[in-house]
Design a protein around this ligand. Structure first.
Ligand code: SAM
Length: 484
């Protein structure tokens, strides 16, 4: 039996006793069962997110095609330590589920990047206005620290000064184009863009360069609702901005005209919001984490009558919500939803209760694993081989976005990204890296090693440093520039 305790820092903070009690409960619970302890893994995480897709105790089958399936028991130590959950009871319930399922599954097993949690995520950004009206909470309040580091003026100043230095150098050599293009992907409410542009104007005045006159700030997002809000925020810079609906994972298909022309690409708190798979190495063998979204029967039974539905009708209603959005769903089902707000309340209740069941399935050879469109899993090989057993995100969505953005950069341009990165694979052994829920969105830490490898193959240097402008921030600044 293997016991993997991941939250090493937390265990030093006086939480050791919880491990003893959790292991005691598990051993007691499995004692009566036909579980083969030799084939058992117990993995304890500290799920720091107030809301996540996990129950305090989860069972994960390790399916490798042989009859003797192994089993992983996953425990959330944070909730175990809170005293609000009895691990022995949760454990017994998880074991009983194997013969008597007590969950309403909303989709078949699939790689996690294909799960419907991402449809919920997209719905949140596209219908954010309605969600905020019902919840009464602007999304920024839900970010760690209650604000986005993207709004930090000192950070913006630092970057703009670097950009000015690049432009000064090119101007000296008469190689500076007339139009100076800057692109932000995933703009939120436009607050960051406003801080950035205001700071730009300030520095341009201080330095007397007249770069603002030549500046074009393009904002891309898949939420036209957010683009509209940002446009209003940026009225003062009207002449210098354009807003474009685009998919952050395929920016080139909309922005081909910017190829080799963009001096600065900024992307903050977006990579952590893009679909990702997880893969794992267990006893030297590679597995894909597969997921399927569910509602516990008791949640389904509580939610269904609030919209005059049976539990059997619930899955169809949820899929229609994801396809149509709350307004059209309310229009098409006036008996169930008095108005769009009622549909949002239904959405929020489902989201709150939504869980992800997981299992490990043998991964095909890495060169057959479709990492992102047109790139196979070979890029992961050094990461999977250099370390022992590991479970990590592969950040497929972030990788797709990154490699499709690099060709837009001017040879002297740079891409800057603020996000939560794991830059050292030990980070996966020492903490829970998602998925978590922030309001209606999904968050996963981003595998920085994957981006370094992909950038390197394309002739870019990728570097990471802690965000220097707010104490205690988890945010890392990633920069990609053409290798000298
Ligand atoms: C967490 S917010 C970050 C907003 C802002 N950059 C900040 O740091 O405060 C994520 C943003 O990315 C956008 N987004 C998420 N996935 C996207 C996708 N696939 N394509 C385009 N935009 C996306 C959302 O609409 C939202 O504006």
């Amino acid at each position: 039996m293997l016991v993997d305790l991941r939250p090493t820092d937390r265990l030093r903070q006086g939480n050791g006793a919880v491990v003893q009690s959790v292991l005691g409960s598990i051993l007691h619970a499995v004692g009566d069962e036909s579980l083969d302890l030799e084939k058992l893994r117990i993995v304890c995480d500290w799920v720091q997110y107030k809301n996540s897709f996990r129950d305090p105790v989860e069972l994960r089958a390790i399916v490798n095609g042989s009859a003797s399936e192994r089993l992983e028991i996953g425990v959330d130590l944070r909730r175990a330590a809170s005293g609000k959950h009895d691990v022995a009871v949760e454990m017994a319930r998880a074991l009983a589920r194997r013969s008597e399922p007590d969950r309403l599954y909303l989709e078949p097993w699939s790689r996690t990047s294909a799960s419907l949690i991402w449809n919920f995520n997209a719905l949140y950004w596209k219908s954010l206005g309605l969600w905020e009206e019902v919840s009464g909470r602007p999304y920024e309040q839900a970010l760690p620290g209650g604000e986005s580091d993207a709004r930090n003026a000192a950070g913006a100043r630092d970057t703009i000064l670097r950009l000015f230095a690049i432009w000064d150098g090119l101007a000296e050599r008469r190689a500076l184009p007339d139009q100076l293009h800057v692109l932000e992907i995933g703009i939120g409410n436009g607050n960051q863009a406003r801080v950035w542009l205001d700071t730009f104007v300030e520095i341009d005045r201080e330095q007397g360069r007249d770069y603002y006159r030549r500046l074009h700030y393009l904002m891309g997002d898949y939420s036209s609702h957010l683009l509209d809000i940002a446009r209003v925020q940026l009225r003062a810079h009207d002449e210098h901005i354009s807003a474009l609906v685009l998919d952050a994972m395929r920016p080139s298909s909309t922005l081909g005209f910017l190829k080799y022309k963009t001096f600065f690409v900024y992307i903050s708190n977006v990579y952590d919001n893009l679909p990702t798979d997880e893969i794992a190495r267990i006893d030297g063998h590679l597995f894909q984490v597969e997921s399927r979204a569910f509602l516990a029967n008791e949640s389904a039974e509580a939610i269904a009558p609030t919209v005059g539905a049976t539990v059997h009708e619930l899955s169809d209603l949820i899929h229609r919500l994801l396809r149509l959005g709350p307004e059209l769903l309310a229009d098409s089902e006036p008996k169930r939803f008095a108005d769009a707000h009622a549909a949002v309340r239904f959405w929020a209740a489902v989201w709150d209760a939504l869980g992800l069941e997981e299992r490990y399935v043998a991964l095909p050879p890495l060169d057959e694993y479709e990492f992102t469109s047109g790139i196979n899993g070979e890029v992961l090989r050094p990461l999977m081989e250099a370390n022992g057993d590991v479970r990590m995100h592969v950040s497929n969505g972030a990788a797709a976005s990154f490699v499709d953005t690099l060709p837009l950069l001017h040879p002297h341009g740079m891409l800057e990204c603020h996000d939560i990165f794991v830059t050292n694979l030990e980070g996966y052994a020492s903490g829970f890296r998602g998925p978590g829920k922030y309001e209606g969105s999904v968050v996963n830490w981003v595998n920085g090693n994957v981006l370094t490898a992909l950038g390197g193959r394309r002739g870019f240097d990728v570097s990471f440093k802690k965000f220097a402008f707010r104490a205690g921030s988890n945010i890392t600044t990633m920069t990609a520039e053409v290798r000298e």
